[in-house]
Design a protein around this ligand. Sequence first.
Ligand SMILES: NC(=O)c1ccc[n+]([C@@H]2O[C@H](COP(=O)([O-])OP(=O)(O)OC[C@H]3O[C@@H](n4cnc5c(N)ncnc54)[C@H](OP(=O)(O)O)[C@@H]3O)[C@@H](O)[C@H]2O)c1
Length: 285
Amino acid sequence: MNTNDKKILVTGAGGQLGSELRCVLGDRAEYVGRDTLDLTDTKTVHDYLRAHDFRYVVNAAAYTAVDRAEEEKSECAAANVTIVENLAALADELDFRIIHISTDYVFDGHTSRPYTEVDKPEPLSVYGTTKRRGETSLLGLAPDSMIIRTGWLYSSFGSNFVKTMLRLAKSGGPLRIVADQVGTPTYAADLAAFIVDKVIDGHWNPGIYNFSNEGVASWYDFAVAVVEEAGMDVEVLPIATVDYPTAATRPAFTILDKTKVRAAYGIDIPHWRKSLRRCMKLITN
Ligand SMILES: NC(=O)c1ccc[n+]([C@@H]2O[C@H](COP(=O)([O-])OP(=O)(O)OC[C@H]3O[C@@H](n4cnc5c(N)ncnc54)[C@H](OP(=O)(O)O)[C@@H]3O)[C@@H](O)[C@H]2O)c1
């Protein structure tokens, strides 16, 4: 192995994106999960970073339980803010670049045109608020970082909407799914491929970028597609957000405008439906 290659750190290694990154990067990276390193402890993180010679840190660690976050505010902030600050504090001194993942939930969804990177974040939930605080801290401490905002992530790894729909469909249905929240389902494998092929092995363009799959869907559309791709004969019924109360308020509209990432990296991003098919082949085979 080229020694230059051994200079990538992936945090949140056991999560959806962390697992997809491992598939692409293999032994080019070091992986840390909650069990291997307490990323919320400043000294622990700094000792670890000083003992290595990383060129890139991909921060895929996050508290992502959107509803539970409304109760577990400090746990959520520890993961979504403190971890980012612990990593960012040494980026300049140790000369590593941070690729940090953020969310479409930094927006309030009170619009009907896709969000660009310069639109004003107005998070509605504890999760969204802490993710926004993480972004702000990162840009303050390590302005040469890259922030990738994505949404509605799923993967063959971990738990997610696709697996939940499959489980519910197997128990017979009908499924009642919210149809008045729209966004874009994003296959974490596509995001991992972008990070590695275009950013780490491509070129460095710091700043905030939107990245999701192409297309638009409601959670209802997404559920219908999962059931169709699985070849199951289960009824899916559209319901309104008000008929499915949750602890956290979610934005009704989080389509991300990807003009910037397409232009900066010259990429064609797959449509969400095509990527869903690829992922579901892995899940159902
Ligand atoms: N999932 C989505 O729909 C979605 C949408 C938009 C943006 N994003 C963002 O995309 C990124 C990747 O998300 P994902 O779906 O891959 O998340 P995920 O599957 O929930 O994985 C997150 C990982 O972070 C770890 N983690 C949580 N708290 C930690 C802590 N205090 N210390 C160390 N590790 C901790 C988790 O470990 P445990 O498993 O042990 O908790 C898990 O391995 C995150 O930044 C997320 O905010 C996700």
